[in-house]
Design a protein around this ligand. Sequence first.
Ligand SMILES: NC(=O)c1ccc[n+]([C@@H]2O[C@H](COP(=O)([O-])OP(=O)(O)OC[C@H]3O[C@@H](n4cnc5c(N)ncnc54)[C@H](O)[C@@H]3O)[C@@H](O)[C@H]2O)c1
Ligand SMILES: [Zn+2]
Ligand SMILES: [Zn+2]
Length: 354
Amino acid sequence: METMKANVFRGAGKFQIEETEKPRARANEAVIRVTLTTICGTDLHIVRGEYPVREGLIIGHEPVGVIEELGEGVAGYAIGDRVLVGAITPCGCCRGCLSGQWSQCGHGAGYEALGGWRFGNTINGAQAEYLLVPNAQANLAKIPDELTDEQVVLLADIASTGFAGAESGGVKIGDSVVVFAQGPIGLCAGVGARLMGASLVIGVDGDASRLAMAKRMGVDVVLNYKEQDVLAEIKKLTGGGADVAIESLGTQETFENSLRSLRPGGTLSSLGVYSGKLQIPYDAFAAGIGDYRIATTLCPGGKERMRRLMEMVRSGRVDLSPLLTHRFALDDIREAYELFGERRDGVMKVAIKP
Ligand SMILES: NC(=O)c1ccc[n+]([C@@H]2O[C@H](COP(=O)([O-])OP(=O)(O)OC[C@H]3O[C@@H](n4cnc5c(N)ncnc54)[C@H](O)[C@@H]3O)[C@@H](O)[C@H]2O)c1
Ligand SMILES: [Zn+2]
Ligand SMILES: [Zn+2]
C-alpha cells in the first residue's frame, strides 16, 4: 500500500497529520497531487465539532494540483496537467445538475441539499498530499500557464461563493450594495458587487484590520458596527435603503440587519452558514408584503465555473492576492489552524503547501 500525509479529523477539537492510504483512481475519477490548498472558515466549524463529519475523514475543500492518475473514461486531460478543482464537485448528470442547481447535486438521481459538497464533508478532502477527484470530467479545470497556484487557490471556494452572493442578489448597474461582515467571504462579495456594476459598495465589520482590507479591495465606504449606528448610516448613504444586502456571516444579528438595511423590494442575498433557529421579525419584513426577496447560495463549483473565475484573474479584472496573508507547510497545519481560528496577525487566508 502506498501512503501519503493528510490532515485527519479525529473528533471535536482533535485533528492531526497522519500517514494514510494514497488514493487510486477508478472509472470517472482522477487523483491529483495537491500543490496548494488553504483552510476555510467551514473547516473551523468542522474541527470544533460544530459541523458534523465522520471521524477519520481528511479535511479541506480548496485544491490546486497536478494530475497524477486518470481513471477510465476521463478524456481530454494528461498526467501532469495543472488543475484547479472547485470546493463543490457536481456530477453534471443528475436532475439537480442538469437543472442548473449544481451545488444541490442529487448524486445521479434528483436533488440533494448540499449534495455537491463532497470534499472534506462526505469524502476525503484536500489538506493532503493527494486527492481523489470524483466526477473528474466535470470538475478538473486546467490552469492557464501564466497563472500561479496562489493566484487561483482562492477561486475554489471563497471567490466563487462571494461573487455568487452578488450574482444571486441580482446586482444591477448603479445599485447600492451593503455587505455585512468583511471576512474572506464578505470581501469577495464586495468585489463581486463591483464586478456586477454596483455604484456604491458598503462594507460592515467590527474589526479594524478587516475594514482596512475592505478598503484595499475596493469597498467604497466601511462602517464599524461597534462604533456607529450602521443602519442609520446605510439609510443616509443610500437614500432610504440599499438595493441589495449580502449577509456574509451566518448569525441572527447580521441576517436581521441585512433585511433592515434594504429599501422596500430590495434583495437579501444570504451566504452565511446558520445554526439553530433563524427568525424574521415582521416589522423588518413589512409584515411579509414588502416585496423583499431572500436568496440563499451554496458556493458554485464545476470546471466551467472555475474556468470563468480564472479568466477573471487572467484578464486582470480580479486580484485576490492581498487576501493570502500567511504561508505554511502541510506538516505545520495545526499552527495555521490556530492563527486562522484566532484571527491573529491580520490573517485573512493561509496558503498550505503539501
Ligand atoms: N455559502 C457558502 O457556500 C459558504 C462558503 C464558505 C463559507 N461560508 C460561510 O460564510 C461565513 C463567513 O465566512 P468567512 O470565512 O468570511 O468568516 P470569518 O469568520 O473569517 O469572518 C467573519 C467576519 O464577521 C465579522 N463580524 C462578526 N460579527 C459581526 C457583526 N455583528 N456584524 C458585522 N460583521 C461581524 C468578524 O469581525 C469577521 O471579520 C461563515 O458562516 C462560513 O461558514 C459559506
Ligand atoms: Zn469553504
Ligand atoms: Zn449532480
